[in-house]
Write a protein that binds this ligand. Structure first.
Ligand code: CDP
Length: 195
């Protein structure tokens, strides 16, 4: 059976970087599920139809990483029918052999509650805003306000709100380098694979 790693956490906490590095190290597949919501948000028109009709080209757009796409994503992500339209694709992806790493907001709680390892990645608001501002060449204060607005919307929505699964391992990357964060995640994988 495929080994499934679920990584959740608030915006810009390091989920994507850790997810990519884990997948590369373990030879697993990696899915950044935020891209599905970003692609749905930027597509325009009826968000439910947009989610149902997503094709590979929608996920290859070069504007998905922008702050505007992030905001659009978190608005459409609160719509239950949008989330429902994206479940099957994510669950099928998670079954890919020899294993898969999925990062998002509800992977450990809703998409893959049976995941072999659940990581919940956090970092202080200030550090997250600095990281995202330098990635996008944006103003840190503006980034901070945007991330906090998105986190609030993501945690307070009724449908699959952002929260750690009861059995998640919490990883705080505030004072960690990327290498240290990846090493901590890999040792959590090692502990889980040994059991
Ligand atoms: O990279 P960052 O953490 O900033 O965001 P992302 O993972 O690309 O997600 C963008 C938005 O999509 C989030 O703010 C959520 O509203 C939504 N999302 C979600 O609801 N569920 C997921 N599994 C992944 C993303």
């Amino acid at each position: 059976m495929a080994f499934i790693i679920a990584i959740d956490g608030p915006a810009a906490s390091g989920k994507g970087t850790i997810g990519r590095a884990l997948a590369a190290d373990l030879g697993f597949h990696h899915l950044d599920t935020g891209l599905l919501y970003r692609a749905t948000g930027v597509k325009g028109g009826d968000p439910v139809a947009a989610a149902r009709g997503l094709v590979a080209a929608d996920l290859a757009r070069d504007d998905l990483r922008s702050a505007e796409a992030g905001q659009a994503a978190s608005r459409v992500a609160a719509i239950p029918e949008v989330r429902a339209a994206l479940i099957d694709f994510q669950r099928r992806f998670a079954m890919r052999e020899p294993g898969a790493v999925l990062d998002g907001r509800d992977i450990g709680t809703v998409i893959c509650p049976q995941a072999d390892l659940k990581l919940y990645v956090v970092a202080s608001d200030q550090v997250r805003a600095m990281r995202r501002a330098s990635e996008l060449g944006a103003d840190p204060a503006e980034m901070l306000a945007q991330l906090q607005e998105r986190d609030r919307r993501d945690s307070q929505r009724a449908s699959a709100p952002l929260r750690p699964a009861d059995d998640a391992v919490v990883l705080d990357t505030t004072d960690l380098t990327i290498e240290q964060a990846v090493a901590a995640a890999l040792s959590a994988v090692g502990r889980r694979r040994a059991t």
